[in-house]
Structure formats: structure tokens, C-alpha cells
Ligand binder design. Sequence first.
Ligand code: NDP
Length: 329
Amino acid sequence: MNYQPDSNRYESMIYNRVGSSGLKLPAVSLGLWHNFGDVDPFSVGRDIVFRAFDLGITHFDLANNYGPPPGSAEKNFGRIFKEDLKSYRDELVISSKAGYDMWPGPYGNWGSRKYLVASLDQSLQRLGLDYVDIFYHHRPDPDTPLEETMGALDHIVRQGKALYVGLSNYPADKTQTAIEILKNQGTPFIIHQPRYNMFDRWIEQGLTEVLKKNKIGCIVFSPLFQGLLTDKYLERIPENSRVAKSHGFLKKDHITEERTEKVRKLNEIAGSRNQSMAQLALAWVLRESVVSSVLVGASSVNQLEENVKTLDNLNFSNEELKRINQILS
Ligand code: NDP
């Protein structure tokens, strides 16, 4: 391939500051959890990455275990990077994470210094990078002292292997304690990555307040509830959808009658705003001021384009927000 990015790529994307840091992220970022493993067609993933960059998406989110098999999403992104994006390294924000099961034995999971340092080295090798821009601890570890995990994040930054660090899936109270440790260490902790969407509003019960108070940014994952907050499952389970794939994390049981009924009603509101259901769901997440970016997944270039078009209409009337709350309650 000899990819030439669109020279207008920075003209329409919105870039939001991450908390009080110097870093800005595109309002829509691309996640590589699904669709980039060895089970997926490489050329489709590559087209999605190229189209994303053409649309001003500068941020690509990975983790050690993304695939399947685990590690293959990093390996495949590393190939795309090496073949076509290497000369744009300074225009890209690439993140990775460690925290879930990655290799056998007691050192391939959770939050020890041993695991995090080794895992990032492995990720850098698969990605073909000297450093990642953001390295996350992927989930809290109930058994490792928080000081050890935060110390490992600090060590990684001082090694020059990550520019910033983040936490993912940490509840509000543990986030507050971590912030204090990280501040004392002088670690550039700038971002939290929680799940947030119309069907899962847990961050509104304390986490957003902690992040705002401490001026930490937020990038949210699964804003479409893995596809449920689109119109695709309203009539049936389409072939090739995440639910239809055996390795997909969205299961048939997630599509309950109650949720489908809500999506039907929300879809009417979307129509009245000249938006698709997916665009309504993404705009709704971005209405929360602490959210710097939404991390979308896409299995096609068309989906990605539709999702980025959300940015054409981010405003909600009070009436619309009230009606959405009624539907969701
Ligand atoms: P989404 O909620 O955006 O779901 C993405 C899926 O929804 C797509 O793969 C596609 O599925 C479907 N979809 C997307 N756009 C459309 C559209 N316009 N119309 C119809 N269907 C659409 O996000 P993900 O759950 O994929 O998560 C996004 C990213 O967040 C991940 O890639 C990862 O980077 C991060 N993440 C982080 C986690 C963490 O613990 N920190 C956990 C999970 C995700 P289909 O295959 O059916 O077409």
C-alpha cells in the first residue's frame, strides 16, 4: 500500500482538551477491541484506520489482549503503522493497556509491577513503537496495593515508554485515592476510560464529579453498547453483526425486549433530529462536559463515517433531554 492521507484531515474534526493537560483528543476516537484481530479481514481494518485518519481521528486505542487471539490487534495495527503511517507518528495518539489475563502463570494478569512493565514491553514490540502516548491500567486489582500499581505506571513514564498514563474501569473512590498517589509521584495521569452509554450511566454516580474536581479527562468506551444503541437489532440479528459472531462480546441475551423497546422510542427522537440512532447515542454521550472523546468501534468504513457525522449536531434542547431521560428511566 502507498497511503496518502487526505490533506484536509484537520478541517472538520473537533479536538477537545483532556482535563487540564496539554493533550487534545478528537471528539471521536477509534477503538480496536473488535474487528482488528487475526479472525478479521486485515484489509477491512486497514481501510477503517486510513479513513479514520482522513477524517481527523488521530487517536487509536488498543490493549494487550485485543484480538482474538490476544495481541493480534496490536500486531495488525503495528503492521498498518509500519507500512503506511510511520511518517505520521507525531500526528498520532496511540494507547495501550494491561490489566486482564494475557499470559499463563501468576505474572500475566491484574496489577503487579512485574505484569505491567513486562506487558507494555510486549505491546511495544507488537506495535513496533518506542513508546505509547497513553498507557492504562485496564481494571482495578483488589489484591495488589494501589501504591505498587501506581508506582509501576510512574516507572513506565520515567522509562520513556509512555507519555501519559490513564486508569480504566476504576470506581470513583479508588480513582480519588489513585489521583492522590499519582499526584505525589508527579505522574502525568490525565485520563480515565470508563464505559458510558444510554444504558449504562454508572459514571454519573460519583466518578464524573471526581474527574471534574481533579481536572482529569475522560474518554468513554462502548458508547453504542457494542451496537445495541443503533437501529441494527430492531428487527433481527443481522449476519456478521457482533452478536452473530462467536467471538463477539455482545450476546443475544443483551438484546432484551425492554431495551429494544427503548431503542425504538429513542430512534424516533433521532429521526426528529435528522440523525441516525447511532448518532443520537454518540451525541448524547458527548453532551457530558467531562467527556473529551467517545471511543467508537466500527466493522466498516460506512459505520465510521456515520459515527463521525454525529459531530454535525451535538446540541440538545431541554425538552429532548427530558424525553430521553423518561425513556431511559
Ligand atoms: P461501540 O459501542 O461503539 O460498538 C461498536 C460496534 O457497534 C461496532 O463494532 C459495530 O458492530 C457497531 N456499530 C458501530 N457503529 C455503527 C453504526 N453506525 N451502525 C450500526 N452499527 C454500528 O464500541 P465498542 O464496544 O466497540 O468499544 C469501543 C472501544 O472502546 C473499543 O474498541 C476499545 O478501544 C474500548 N473499550 C475499552 C474497554 C475497557 O475496558 N477499557 C472495554 C471495551 C471497549 P458490528 O460488528 O455489529 O457491526
